[in-house]
Ligand binder design. Structure first.
Ligand code: NDP
Length: 365
């Protein structure tokens, strides 16, 4: 722990009470589900900085990012960040996956929820360490299972809609927003956030999810399985904003659905940024990403629209605001499936199979 302000000393003292070992699901190399190994002797999470807290995890969720990271996604950039943060001693393994958690701060007994930066050891363990900027007070009306379903999709949606897309509760009222990919974790959260802010929300999904998304508040739901979604969407008045959680041709086709010359925006979270850095190295990969984004930006300039990429950013302040909307009954957790901690690989398999309807949560306590 070293020398430091009173706060550090106090927190370091508290870690002395925490066990040296903990239960955790770890991987020792990148690969498939067979790499997930349950250990009861994993090195316990420890606080390394004054702004960090030791948290007993009560529930965590499994996101598509966990499945991708199990296979090595983002490793080049993340190892660079791990080295910068002083947390990488030779190798990233054994690696604990998991971004989302809901739990209790060991030192204070305070119930919190949060989403961990991708370079950190994860939440699929008995204990985790988070910085105070990654967490917020857990909404009291939610169980830990429900709370753990929210942070990663909430902070990613916040990054895309607000930080990159410049939408907010103040300006979203009556804006026409299209959410591409409404039925998954990101879609079910962002539809509710946008409705809470008073936007008009259209969305796309498979046939079985149409009624589910209408009940969640979407104003128009287009079934992309049984109709030509692009054609159906183009019959609707044009949009001020497209939030794309599908990528590929779906993202590209969405561009023409935006109003012209009003700075209407398409923000996608499915882009090749980390994939490029994995394939070509950090600098060349970033170069390719800049070129790909640049060509989309140019397309936008010709019609007064803008095309942007967003990524997950931990954001405790956003989680506080989301927590207030939850307390006011404006946002509800959408937990599709819950698994016990001992069955975490089954949760990974469930998420990996796709067609998710909301979130998959793993219960520790
Ligand atoms: P989920 O797996 O929870 O949901 C994806 C949903 O999209 C599924 O419900 C799927 O259902 C639906 N879907 C698939 N194809 C289409 C389509 N053509 N049109 C409409 N819906 C479709 O994933 P998340 O919601 O958590 O994440 C969405 C995407 O965003 C993922 O690719 C994820 O990796 C990415 N992401 C990126 C982040 C970043 O930092 N850049 C952060 C978070 C997520 P069905 O197949 O049944 O139609």
């Amino acid at each position: 722990c070293g020398k430091g302000p009173l706060l550090v000393t106090k927190r370091c003292a508290s870690t002395a009470k925490s066990p040296a070992k903990m239960m955790a699901w770890q991987i020792y190399q990148y690969g498939g589900n067979e790499e997930l190994t349950l250990s009861d002797r994993a090195r316990a999470a420890t606080i390394k900085a004054p702004n960090e807290l030791l948290i007993k995890v009560h529930a965590a969720s499994v996101n598509p990012i966990d499945v991708k990271m199990r296979g090595g996604y983002g490793q080049k950039v993340l190892n660079m960040l791990r080295a910068q943060q002083g947390g990488l001693l030779g190798s990233e393994f054994p690696l604990i996956l998991g971004r989302d958690f809901s739990g209790v701060v060991i030192e204070t007994g305070r119930a919190v929820y949060g989403a961990l930066s991708a370079y950190r050891q994860g939440s699929h363990a008995q204990f985790t360490v988070a910085s105070d900027s990654e967490i917020a007070k857990k909404p009291q009306v939610l169980s830990h299972t429900e709370a753990a379903s929210i942070p990663y999709v909430a902070t990613t949606s916040w990054a895309a809609l607000c930080t990159i897309g410049e939408l907010s509760e103040k300006n979203a009222h009556k804006k026409r927003v299209l959410v591409q990919g409404g039925s998954g974790g990101i879609g079910t959260f962002s539809i509710q956030l946008l409705k809470a802010w008073g936007a008009y929300v259209a969305t796309t999904c498979s046939t079985d999810a149409v009624d589910f998304l209408r009940n969640l508040g979407a104003d128009a739901v287009i079934d992309y399985k049984t109709t030509d979604a692009k054609k159906e969407l183009s019959k609707l008045p044009q949009f001020d904003f497209v939030f794309d959680a599908v990528g590929g041709p779906t993202a590209d086709d969405s561009f023409d659905l935006l109003k012209k010359w009003t700075n209407a925006k398409l923000v996608t979270i499915v882009h090749p940024f980390l994939q490029n850095t994995d394939s070509f190295g950090v600098v060349p990969g970033m170069g390719r990403a800049v070129i790909a984004l640049g060509s989309n930006l140019m397309k936008g300039f010709s019609a007064g629209r803008s095309y942007r990429w967003a990524i997950f950013l931990p954001n405790g302040k956003a989680l506080e605001k989301v927590g207030r909307l939850v307390q006011r009954d404006l946002i509800h957790p959408v937990v599709e499936k819950e698994f016990p901690f001992s069955e975490l690989p089954a949760a990974f398999q469930f998420v990996e199979e796709g067609h998710n309807r909301g979130k998959t949560v793993v219960k520790m306590v």
